[in-house]
Design a protein around this ligand. Sequence first.
Ligand SMILES: Nc1ncnc2c1ncn2[C@@H]1O[C@H](COP(=O)(O)OP(=O)(O)OP(=O)(O)O)[C@@H](O)[C@H]1O
Ligand SMILES: [Mg+2]
Length: 236
Amino acid sequence: MPKHPSKKARVSDAVSIVAHQLKNPISVLYGYLEVLLSEEIGKLNKKQKEYLTDALKNVEVISKIVKDLLDVSRIEEGKYEIKPRETDLVKICREVINNLSSWAKASNCEIVFKKPAKLPKVYVDSSKIYYVIENLISNAIMYKSSGPAQVVIELKRKGNKVLFSCKDNGIGIPKKDFKKVFSKFYRSEEAVVLNPSGTGLGLYISKAIIQLNGGEIWFERNKDKGMTFYFTLPIA
Ligand SMILES: Nc1ncnc2c1ncn2[C@@H]1O[C@H](COP(=O)(O)OP(=O)(O)OP(=O)(O)O)[C@@H](O)[C@H]1O
Ligand SMILES: [Mg+2]
C-alpha cells in the first residue's frame, strides 16, 4: 500500500462516503414531499402545491446525482453487479419512450420508434439497460437545437447481436471533444447552458453497463446534423 494514496483515489472515496450518507436523508425528504403533495394530511393552495412540486423535482435531481456517483464508485471498484436474464429490448424501448413522451412533446420533439416484426431477446440486466436507453434518449431530447426536433430510435438484428441506435438532429458534439465523450464529467460548453443540472456521468456509466453486458457502445456525428449513438448486445 502506498503511504500517500493518489489524490484521485481519495476524492473517489470521499465522494462515495458522502453519497452513501445522503441516501437516507434524500428518501426521507422525498417521502415527506410526496405525502404533502398527496394532500392526505391537508389541502394545499396553488402556491404551496407549486413550491412543493418544484422541491420534489429538485430532490429527484439530487437523488439521481447521488445514485450515479454511487454507481461510478462501484464501477471503479469492480463491484458493479449485473443480474442478467432474458430481456425484450422492444419492451424496454417502449417503456422509456412512454415515460419520456410528455417531456418530449413539451420540448417540441417527435420520437420515432422503428423495429423489425420479430427481434430475438438478449441476455442482459434489464434495469441497467433501461438506464442506458433512458440516458441516450433523454440526451437526444435535452441537447436538441431550437425549433422542432426529431429523435429516431431503431432496433435491428446484426448477426448474433441486436443493434440499438438513437439518431437526433440536435446541437451535436464538437469533433475536438470526441475522445472525452465517455469520460467521467464530460460536458460540452453548449450542453452546460441547455441543461445546468447534468453531471456528465450518464455516458460513462452507460459504457460500463454495455461492456459488462457483453456489448459495445459508440457514436458518430451525422452528415447533416446531430448525433447517432449505437450499442450492440448479444442475443440470448
Ligand atoms: N445526443 C447528444 N447531442 C449532443 N450532445 C450530447 C448528446 N449526448 C451526449 N452529449 C454530450 O455529452 C455529454 C455527456 O453526456 P452524459 O449523458 O454523460 O451526461 P449529461 O447528460 O450531461 O448528464 P447526466 O449525467 O445527467 O446524464 C453531455 O453533457 C453533452 O455535452
Ligand atoms: Mg445524460
